[in-house]
Ligand binder design. Structure first.
Ligand code: SF4
Ligand code: SF4
Length: 183
């Protein structure tokens, strides 16, 4: 077929020598490389028994943050969904009712907030777009599952637990530095 790029090269292989036909030298060379690696420091680990620690600014599973009083920060403004290049975020907003001031920081909140982890590319743009300090990526990973539906993470998996806060201070510094550079 005619080459479009014109960079195609035809490689001609010459006649194999007697030693090449034996294959023994190349087998020995290959075994030599294997043996050499036996004495080197291993780069692999026995996952899942052993786990590597991630950097504090690793872009993994998201968290929807609460404020110091335990109220949800998210106001369902939709900025994260608009910024998301993978269209992974959906939400339904609701008005805060009287008596719910201890649950939601502002008058509007996300009654439904979902991220499709199969679509997400963990780029962190949702985090940068959020004006309310509500969403951050963390050093946690998304669990493996057998069913595609289970990769749609709702508020039950995304909102941080009151008694198990997630430290995002390092990511916060990183995001602020990034935004400062853009100014
Ligand atoms: S990390 Fe990127 S792809 Fe994932 S939800 Fe946020 S903006 Fe979308
Ligand atoms: S996470 Fe932030 S950007 Fe997204 S809807 Fe909530 S407040 Fe808006």
């Amino acid at each position: 077929m005619l080459s479009l790029s014109n960079r195609k090269k035809v490689i001609e292989q010459g006649e194999l020598s007697f030693m090449e036909k034996l294959y023994l030298p190349v087998i020995a060379k290959g075994l030599g490389i294997t043996v050499k690696h036996l004495f080197k420091r291993k780069v692999t680990i026995k996952y899942p028994e052993q786990k590597r620690s991630f950097a504090k600014i690793y872009r993994g599973l998201h968290v929807l943050k609460r404020d110091e009083q335990g109220r949800e920060n998210c106001t369902a403004c939709g900025m994260c969904a608009v910024a998301c290049p993978a269209e992974a975020i959906t939400m339904i907003s609701a008005e805060r009712k009287k008596g719910e001031e201890h649950l939601y920081r502002e008058e509007k909140y996300a009654s439904v907030y979902e991220i499709n982890m199969l679509r997400c590319i963990f780029c962190g743009l949702c985090e940068e777009a959020c004006p309310k300090d509500a969403i951050y990526l963390t050093d946690r990973t998304v669990d493996s599952e057998y069913n595609r539906d289970t990769f749609i993470y709702g508020k039950d998996k995304l909102v941080e637990k009151i008694d198990n806060r997630i430290d995002i201070s390092q990511r916060k510094i990183k995001t602020e530095q990034k935004l400062d550079k853009l100014k």
